[in-house]
Design a protein around this ligand. Sequence first.
Ligand code: ANZ
Length: 957
Amino acid sequence: MMALALQWQLHLPLPLPLQARPPALAAARRRQRGLLAPARRVPPLPARCCAGDAAAADAGKAQAAARRAYPYDEIEPRWQRHWEDHRTFRTPDIGEGLDTSKPKCYILDMFPYPSGAGLHVGHPLGYTATDILSRFKRMKGFNVLHPMGWDAFGLPAEQYAIETGTHPKITTERNIERFRTQLKSLGFSYDWDREISTTEPAYYKWTQWIFLQLLKRGLAYQAEVPVNWCPALGTVLANEEVVDGVSERGGYPVIRKPMRQWMLRITSYADRLLEDLNDLNWPESIKEMQRNWIGRSKGAELVFSAVDKEGHDLGATLFVYTTRPDTIFGATYLVVAPEHVLLSSLTSEEQRAHVEEYRELAARKSELERTDLQKEKTGVFSGSYAKNPATGEIIPIWVADYVLGSYGTGAIMAVPAHDSRDHEFALKYELPIIKVVSPQNGSCDPAEAYADDGIMINSSSTSSGLDINGMLSQDAAKKVIAWVESNGFGKKKVNYKLRDWLFARQRYWGEPFPVSYLDDTNEMVPLSEDELPLTLPELDDFTPTGTGEPPLTKATNWVSTIDPLSGKPARRETSTMPQWAGSCWYYLRFMDPKNSGILVDKAKERYWGPVDIYVGGAEHSVLHLLYARFWHKVLYDMGVVSTKEPFKCLINQGLILGEVEYTAYRDSEGRWVSADSDSSLNDCYQEKVPADKVTKVGDHYVLRDDPNVRLNARAYKMSKSRGNVINPDDVISEYGADSLRLYEMFMGPLRDSKTWSTGGIEGVHRFLGRTWRLIVGPPLPDGSYNDGTMTTEDEPTLDQLRVLHKCIAKVTEEIDETRFNTAISAMMEFVNAAYKWETQPKSVTESFVLLLSPFAPHLAEELWFRLGHPQSLAYEQFPEAKSEYLEESKLVLPVQINGKTRGTILVDKSCSEDDVFQIAASDEKLSKYLAGKGIRKRIYVPGRILNVILDQQKAKT
Ligand code: ANZ
């Protein structure tokens, strides 16, 4: 749809501007009328900015110059310099001139990791959207906070350091420099005075401070948790470094090994993280992903006592978590996870070797593999039994890795008749299957587990006194819970899938933990707040230690310290915080980036918080957003922030896929095989076909030279290996930043995935060129342009006002709804209409330039300047649509006098001929022709035209 609209809009023949005055004369006239800028704050374009000069210098440039539709390469750097020199987008601080009586809008991008590859075209998608919103809101009278910074700790810089010996700090600085330059070349209106990097000690001082607060509140603790240990590499690996159970580097086996780690008690906030989602203006899909991640479920924790074969109590109790206490009579065995703490004591001597072997096998599997429903279930009998409290039966205890140690209690009661995993397991190991739920209506497949609710059967016992037969599942569950609670067999329980957050990495390039351990007692002692920041020591060797100890262990001078409180020797913590830490709270620091005494000033936080619009990729929908919400809530409880949630409205921009690739097929003889042919394409050779050899027929693509041969057309994710990556720098040098910005917004709805198309960017570039020529005039023979504009001081006609106000209304509405593509279409329609006008009234052009400015700010600033405004348009008022020009019941009627069109009038569609004539007679311009003249005839074609034939001879009496 959009591509069609684009062609239709842009392939119209370009009418020559209708003002055919010699340009020099036109400029002189405008100067006379005072239209040219009196005092220039920006160096003007060279009197003749000639594309030909550049062309002569360099053949590559010549090509680009021939293609360029307007001199963006001169305009853009100049305005970027202007904004920088004038700090145009600096948001003053409270107490420094910020008018806090004005409404605020905090618009934030998810700050990037400054990778070595530089920006890719996916970055400007979200950044342009937030830039449009920021510029729009400023012009709408808001105080806007629109900052940018760097999430710069992390693995790639460290890996690069291992490979090349370059310190991560150097790599990071270099990459930041590149990103900053690239972002500036896109004309984004960030307040660069607020730039922060998570790797700066002045920043991570506060990350460490938050950690100390978490520690004080019991929300940070240490525990033995399994990590990815690679014996061959002698290092702990991050999850992303492990692929299918082997190390990404070298392909060595990785096992799960318990290690003492820092953990954050995010589970204490599970309920609030869940409930407060309801009030957020976030995509429903993201909220649902967070709900699933938190995974709240209601059930019961039941107690089973361990017994031997004869039923003698072994003195151990096993807690199981179930969401179906109603099925207790169907529990025919128990299962514990391989990592369950009681497994060893439950294992009989006969079974010990089997159980140990099984445990080791399970340690090599990831949780994902273990819970994969498709994988065959495995397990081993422990040699012990338990007593089912409801039936009094003795049931075996097994160990199986489909039960996870990290969920619930790490043990389950298995009900094979009603749980599919238990069912598969029971069939394999010939364990009893007892049906206890019957469907209310109809029947169920006896070969499968019936997992739904129903009517209870086989569920009563005289020995225990519990009888739930005939009850509905849910009522039965309530009764079982009441029964276990009153008999000491368990209690009601709410469970979460959410686990506490593993908050440590065995890496160098991260925030050091502000804690140490006393040499004599090993007691952990926190640093006092006034000693922060604890800076990372310099290190030359980032290679793993081989023991699993982090690389920081090598900084021996740094590691050994003295605890200032006790004066005792101590060792510093050598693991570092994960990359998530710095990104958990950066949005707060932007409100007050330089404050060395406090994380964020209260008054500033109260004014700016929360973030009004947060834009970023959907890949952060769970972890980053959940972690940030957790820290925010802790800070809220401490009174550091005044809002419960950090991000009011969230928008996920879609993915940009590479240009469509066309594949043709040939058989072994080299003959074409159509992609829709019956023969198998798997046996064919594939051939990539360039786009200019392809044409579209109906819904599909065919060879231009042989339309019987259909091709496969597909867009792929951009990747180096496919060779389909588009570099924004190249696009900017060929078409300009405004064209790139406009194109990324025009490709389709912001939230959708879109396919890159070079033809598309050429289209928007031509549109900007048309806009330029409409306002500035055509190029002179040497390719340069006159200064000033072609606008006139004429009063706009009603028709012009109607076209303009329709455009204002549409653009305003579409920006508000973040539908930037349709806003751009509206502006294209305006330009098409304006090309048909005899004059370009200055007031209409000015409004249009303001409308265009959030999208193509460089071009708009240049035009605004040429229209005679020495100040940047960044804080001009955004045009307001006037309803009188929008009403559909009204129409613009041309009025002819003696067959010549003399003007237009705005009339109600329902007007009678008399009314129409009265309106024409009282119109200021038309009345000049009509006053005092006799009327011979009036011809009124309703809705089309009014023609008045004057009686030339007689004066009206
Ligand atoms: C008996 C039962 C009968 C179960 C039945 C289900 C159906 P959610 O909803 O995800 O919370 N379970 C409990 N702990 C587990 C663990 N550590 N690893 C694997 N599975 C575990 O699921 C809770 C259900 O998952 C629990 O209810 C338990 O099986 C299993 F007809 O208990 B049920």
